[in-house]
Structures are given as C-alpha cells and as structure tokens.
Design a protein around this ligand. Structure first.
Ligand code: COI
Length: 363
C-alpha cells in the first residue's frame, strides 16, 4: 500500500536548480541550506480525512493571513535521513520510529494523526524521487523534514479542523562547523526549555522557538549549544537546544537523563542505548545534576560527554561553561567511547554493518 502507487499525483520537477548547481551543493552541503527539487503534500479535513496526496515539484505555500499556525504555532515536525549505501542504493534509518513520534506530537498539540505507513511512504517516495540528491561522499546524507501545520482559517484559539502535512528534503553534511571536533556548551541559568506537563516531549516548532533566546545567550558566551536544566529544581540536566546528551564515566558506564516528559525522546538516543547495551555496557537512564557534572569532572570520574540527534549524529562536548565556571572535558577532543558508539551507529546507517532487525529501511 505505498502511497505513490495509490494516490500520489507526480509532477516533474521544475528546473529550480540546474544539475551543475546540484553538484556544487552536494560538494559543500552545510546543513539545511539547500532544498531538493520535490516535496510531498497531503491535506486533512474533518470531513474528507487525509486526501490530495501529491509528490510534486517544490513550490511555495500560500496561506491566508488568518491561518491558525501563523498565530498559535500549531506545528510539529520530524527529522530523519536517507543514507547512501556501498552498493549505490540508499536507506532510511528507523522511519517507523519517526512516524510514531510524529503522532505522539500530533496528539499533544491536538492535531490529526497520520497513518504510520502513509508517513513512511511519503518520506520514502520523496527520497527515491530525489535520490540524486543523496550525497555519496563522506558522511553526507539527505535530511528529510516531514512537518504538519494547522490550516484552519480562524483567529479563535481552538484545535484546527484542517491540516497540511508536507515533506521537504535537504542534502546535509555536518551539523556543527567543526565536524567531530568538540562542541562547547553554555549552561543556561536564565531559561528553561520545558516544564512538567508542558510540550517538552513533543517535537513542535514552539519548543525550538523558545530555545532561541537561550541559544543566543550561549553564542554570546562563545558556545555552540545551550544546556537546559529542569524547570523545577533548576539542577538536573535535561538536554541541549536540539539534541540529547550522554555522560561517559571512568568505569565505562553511560548515563543519560530519563524520559520524564520534559525532554525529547530522541531516536538516536534510543538507538545508542540499545547499541551500547548490546556491547555489554551499563547505561543508566537517570537524572544527572549540574553540580555532579562539575564534581565528576574535577575528580576525573566523568571522562567523556556527547550530544546526539539525527542532525548532530554523535558529537563530543569538549567544554562546559556557566556562570562562574569554564571546564574542559577530557582532552577536549573525540574520546574513545564516543568515537566507538559513533562508528557503530553510522556503520549501520550507511550500510557498512548490520544493525538490529528493522532499523534499516532500504529504498
Ligand atoms: C534533528 O536532529 O533532526 C532536529 O530536528 C534538530 C534540529 C535542531 C535540526
């Protein structure tokens, strides 16, 4: 029941960018600077359900100025990648997990849920049609961005009765400018990201918008990412602005904050927990306090820290700064445990090694 065979109307791409431009873009993709030629759109209305699925040349969206998303931020999204495999084919990584999380986000924001196979097919069909855009050099990949907005035209604040689901795609390289060189982080004492009962576990644009002022603080402090502490005690590490965080100890164990509803349930986070446990490592999903982080660095108990996410992959954190402290982690580079987990994960994603059953979705 692939969507393309049932209900997509496929329109050929307009020459938005020429082939020479594409080659140039693929050689220096950056992150999210360039979009591919096509996009998916599927509409929802209470009376028709999901309808008008289309895989078309990429086009602008035209919205009535009273469209609900523009006023009340009814928007959710996902991020996943298509990876080039050694045989020239390509694969998605755990798209079913993105489909499930998308629907969990939809539920939290009172939006319509999309059948999981429709989500996966929409993403897969776009990646297949735009496969020339999947980089074949280094660790480049095609980042797929499914998203949904509330499209009812109304100024009153209530759940939208209509939605637009869309998928766009962008060839990407490293999220951080320094690649796998260490990332510096700023511990925010001004802002928190999410409170209990809030939208912290949903992947909604509002969470990322609310993190921007804290990210700007971090940048003013010369750091690339902000670290958020919990909203109640202002003590427990939650996550960075757009990625989860792991701690590596001198006994070889790992720790990451638990999913208590205020942090994003990262699919990379979940994959790394599984892969580390399969290697026989101890992984604790337990709270970790900022004062403990500082003490463990001073005592040498904490040896590596890394950020992880679809965009960030696995990125070592080399420096932690906050009000009155500035500490280097390890030797400030890529530590052996971080490097090993990164390699295990990316080998599976890029088809160089077998992963757990069902993780690799060949296109
Ligand atoms: C992802 O890792 O896919 C995200 O959505 C994070 C975003 C900051 C790019």
């Amino acid at each position: 029941n692939r969507v393309s065979q049932t209900s997509f109307a496929v329109t050929p791409a307009e020459a938005l960018v020429g082939i020479n431009d594409r080659a140039a873009m693929l050689s220096q993709p950056g992150f999210g600077k360039y979009l591919t030629d096509h996009m998916v759109t599927i509409r929802y209305s209470a009376d028709k359900g999901w309808h008008d699925a289309a895989l078309t040349a990429r086009h602008d969206l035209s919205l009535n100025p009273a469209t609900m998303v523009l006023h009340y931020a009814g928007e959710i999204f996902e991020g996943l990648k298509a990876y080039r495999h050694p045989d020239g084919g390509a694969a998605l990584f755990r798209p079913d997990a993105n489909a499930r999380r998308f629907n969990a986000s939809a539920k939290r924001l009172a939006m319509a849920e999309l059948p999981e196979d429709m989500f996966v097919d929409a993403v897969a069909e776009l990646a297949i049609l735009d496969r020339e855009w999947i980089p074949s050099e280094g660790e480049g990949s095609l980042y797929l961005r499914p998203f949904m907005i509330g499209t009812e035209v109304a100024i009153g604040n209530h759940p939208s009765d209509s939605f637009l689901f869309s998928v766009i795609a962008s060839p990407v390289g490293s999220y951080f400018k320094g690649g796998v060189a260490g990332v510096s982080v700023w511990v925010s004492d001004n802002y928190t990201r999410a409170a209990p009962g809030g939208t912290g576990a949903a992947k909604c644009g509002g969470n990322y918008a609310a993190a921007l002022a804290a990210q700007a603080d971090a940048a003013r402090q010369g750091c690339e990412q902000v670290v958020f502490l919990d909203a109640v005690e202002r003590r427990w590490i939650e996550e960075l602005a757009g990625m989860n965080v792991f701690f590596v100890f001198d006994d070889g164990s790992l720790q990451t904050p638990p999913l208590t509803g205020t942090i994003l349930p990262g699919i990379t986070r979940d994959s790394l927990i599984r892969l580390a446990r399969d290697k026989g490592m101890t992984v604790r999903e337990e709270p970790y306090a900022i004062d403990q982080w500082r003490d463990d660095l001073a005592s040498g108990r904490l040896v590596e820290v890394f950020a992880c996410g679809t965009a960030a992959v696995v990125a070592p954190i080399s420096q932690i700064k906050g009000n009155g402290f500035d500490l280097t982690i390890g030797d400030g580079g890529l530590g052996p445990v971080t490097a090993d987990l990164r390699k295990t994960l990316t080998d599976i994603q890029f088809g160089r090694a077998e992963g757990p059953e069902g993780w690799v979705h060949r296109l």
